[in-house]
Design a protein around this ligand. Structure first.
Ligand SMILES: NC(=O)c1ccc[n+]([C@@H]2O[C@H](COP(=O)([O-])OP(=O)(O)OC[C@H]3O[C@@H](n4cnc5c(N)ncnc54)[C@H](O)[C@@H]3O)[C@@H](O)[C@H]2O)c1
Length: 120
């Protein structure tokens, strides 16, 4: 058991995805209240249905200031406080091999050099 988690409220953005949902499950198992935020409503509604009590789904886009104010307000209205905030929502770029990464980097350097040379 993790100390000091039970009864606290965790607000997790990107809670419908891999890392966010795993974090939500773990903190919920430790007794935390969960506020699951994601722009993909289905994923957080399924997660909250699975968790049962002490879990709230708030569909929202974290790039919107209005949505952000709204999901914090919903959290406070429901659980009174937000004790933990995991700003996890985001997008992962395409996974590429190290060799491919190296090629891209070299191409990028050449592009910069070409631009500098073209200036003279
Ligand atoms: N998985 C990895 O290996 C890895 C490595 C480094 C960083 N990360 C970062 O960790 C975070 C979570 O990764 P993951 O693998 O769980 O990704 P994932 O794609 O499984 O989950 C990301 C979740 O964020 C949500 N989301 C995206 N943009 C949003 C927005 N504007 N508003 C609300 N929700 C939004 C998506 O709907 C999705 O459910 C991401 O920010 C990612 O960039 C992941």
């Amino acid at each position: 058991m993790l100390k000091g988690i039970a009864g606290r409220t965790a607000l997790i953005t990107g809670a419908g995805g891999g890392i966010g949902s795993a974090t939500a499950r773990r903190l919920h198992a430790e007794g935390a209240n969960i506020v699951a935020v994601d722009r993909d409503a289905d994923s957080i509604e399924a997660l909250v249905a699975e968790l049962g009590e002490r879990a709230l789904a708030v569909p929202a886009d974290v790039t919107s200031a209005d949505d952000t104010a709204r999901f914090f307000q919903r959290a406070v209205d429901t659980f009174e406080t937000v004790d933990m905030f995991f700003a996890n929502a985001g997008v992962e770029s395409k996974v590429i091999t190290l060799a491919r990464y190296q090629e891209n980097r070299i191409r990028h350097y050449h592009k910069i050099l070409d631009e500098w040379i073209a200036r003279d």
